[in-house]
Design a protein around this ligand. Structure first.
Ligand SMILES: Nc1ncnc2c1ncn2[C@@H]1O[C@H](COP(=O)(O)OP(=O)(O)OP(=O)(O)O)[C@@H](O)[C@H]1O
Ligand SMILES: [Mg+2]
Length: 508
């Protein structure tokens, strides 16, 4: 290392504390983040990672503690203060305006829109080139994929002069190839002397990219690992939890001959000549998990939405046991026994400003236990929410809390618990463990496997190939709206799936 010896940290967080009603989110957190490093922060869902980052970025005020940037104490009263101090944040839910260009998005808030000239465009090109971000100023954001949007967010932060960049779970939405690209970008940033703070639940990724790793448990810093090569993912997980982890169980096949879901010739036209879904036919049997692998944007979201009755232009037939659902409403489909874990939990899964017990009823109106004679039974809803909180280990003071106050992973656990309620016949699960910690992931897998043993059929969409391989009984690869290869999970590697997903290995 050519770095000069004792350095002043890029960011020093000392004694940070933050309480919410009934919750101590941060309790005496101490972290030094050095320049020219990627510093990972890991911890269970609800451990306080996002809260800490919001404090550093001036979105939230700490109750106690100090923040130093390059050796100088600063008060982060707002994101504007953070940006002035050279600290930028890339949020998990991107904050880009779809209908504007990259250029417009990047300068938005930084300069007056009508003043955008060649200078801004030129700087964008310069930044993009020097960090190999591949960002084109005149592209419309709505035409960009997830990975490219993320690079725009990073560029936006760099454009504002950030020397410390916070990324809160940036890889949760990325497929493996995009993760590699992002890590290349992050390494480029650190080589230029920036500090990168990176939060992730994917401990293998953390170990591959981080120079230092701070573990947070229940709001407090447990330790900072300064030599990541000295620890394993399991070591980290056990530091996070403070005890041994549950192991995901493996078990014999439970697939039966009985077809529960039958999809025939499902198609969905796109805006151009190429359909979004192109004549898909498949069955899912009682006790079977069918996994769908694909690079984001190849029809998996549309497939889920078509099965859920959210795509009016879809054609073809969909039967659940004896019921023809082809022209049923979304509500009818749910009521006939389909549980649905949506891809975007903020848009389709939760009412963020409603309490948890109301969210328990969401999408399940008209079904017991929480609804009696068409009227919401508040007591029963609260009771059943308590059951989910308990069974799925949702970390929260209680069912009266607003969904917004849950940490990201705990929101996800609540949705999974709700959709597994009432003995569904079929579960449509899009990224069921996105954003949950490793312990909770194993727990959710075990819940799904238990239900499968009892006869549940599952359509599983996931960007996590280990999850697809570990859970599925069969994997179909989707590419441009078509199934291009069928794999036996017990006999396929993530690499083989990856090449089929990009069309390289698609011979089927
Ligand atoms: N605005 C808020 N109001 C009330 N409680 C909150 C609020 N924001 C966070 N909390 C609580 O603070 C705790 C820490 O939440 P935080 O979002 O920081 O966790 P996290 O480590 O980022 O978890 P995850 O991995 O699930 O994203 C949680 O118990 C959460 O419910
Ligand atoms: Mg978080």
């Amino acid at each position: 290392m050519s770095n000069p010896a004792p350095e002043v940290p890029a960011v020093r967080l000392q004694g940070i504390g933050k309480r919410f009603p009934g919750v101590i989110a941060n309790d005496n957190i101490n972290i030094d983040v050095m320049r020219g490093t990627i510093h990972a922060i890991v911890g269970e869902n609800g451990a306080g990672k996002s809260t800490l980052m919001k404090i550093l970025y001036g979105v939230q005020r700490p109750d106690s503690g100090t923040i130093e940037v390059d050796g100088t104490q600063v008060s982060m009263g707002s994101p504007a203060d953070a940006i002035k101090a050279g600290v930028g944040m890339v949020f998990q839910h991107f904050q880009l305006a779809d209908n504007l260009t990259v250029l417009e998005n990047v300068v938005l808030g930084a300069e007056k829109l009508h003043g955008i000239g060649g200078r801004a465009r030129q700087r964008i090109v310069e930044i993009s080139d020097s960090y190999s971000l591949g960002v084109e100023p005149d592209e419309l954001v709505e035409d960009l994929g997830v990975g490219a949007r993320q690079r725009v967010e990073i560029l936006k932060v760099l454009y504002r002069g950030a020397r410390t960049i916070i990324l809160d779970e940036p890889t949760a939405v990325l497929v493996p190839q995009e993760v590699d690209e992002l890590f290349g970008n992050l390494r480029g940033l650190k080589e230029e002397g920036l500090a990168v703070i990176f939060i992730s639940h994917k401990l293998d990724e953390v170990l591959s990219v981080a120079d230092e790793i701070t573990v947070i448990r229940r709001g407090t810093t447990v330790t900072t690992v300064t030599d990541p090569s000295s620890v394993t993912a399991r070591d980290l997980a056990e530091l996070m939890v403070g005890s041994e982890l549950p192991r995901a169980s493996s078990e014999a096949s439970t697939v039966t001959d009985e077809v529960l879901l039958s999809v025939q010739s499902l198609s969905l036209p796109g805006s151009g000549a190429r359909p979004l879904l192109d004549d898909l036919s498949f069955d899912i049997h009682r006790g079977e998990i069918l996994g769908i692998a694909g690079v984001e944007g190849n029809g998996q979201a549309e497939l889920v939405e078509a099965i859920m009755g959210m795509r009016e232009r879809a054609t073809g037939s969909i039967r659940l046991i004896d019921t023809d659902l082809s022209s049923a409403s979304t509500r009818q489909r749910r009521e006939s026994g389909i549980g649905y874990i949506p891809e975007d939990r903020h848009r389709h899964g939760l009412l963020l400003d409603s309490p948890l017990w109301e969210n328990r009823v969401l999408g399940h109106q008209g079904r017991p236990p929480s609804v009696k004679h068409g009227i919401v039974d508040k007591r029963a809803a609260r009771q059943d929410t308590l059951r989910i909180i308990d069974e799925y280990d949702v970390r929260t003071p209680g069912p009266g809390v607003l969904a917004r106050a849950l940490s990201g992973g705990n929101q996800q656990k609540l949705i999974v618990g709700r959709e597994m309620s009432g003995d569904p016949i079929l579960l449509i699960a899009a990224h069921p463990t996105r954003g949950v910690d490793v312990g909770a992931q194993a727990a959710i897998w075990n819940h799904i496997k238990t239900a499968r043993r009892e006869g549940l059929a599952v359509l599983l969409i996931s960007a996590d190939l280990d999850e697809l391989i570990g859970l599925s009984d069969r994997i179909e690869v989707i590419l441009r709206g078509r199934f291009v290869g069928s794999f036996d999970p017990s006999d396929v590697t993530p690499q083989q799936l990856g090449s089929a997903m990009t069309g390289a290995g698609a011979s089927a």
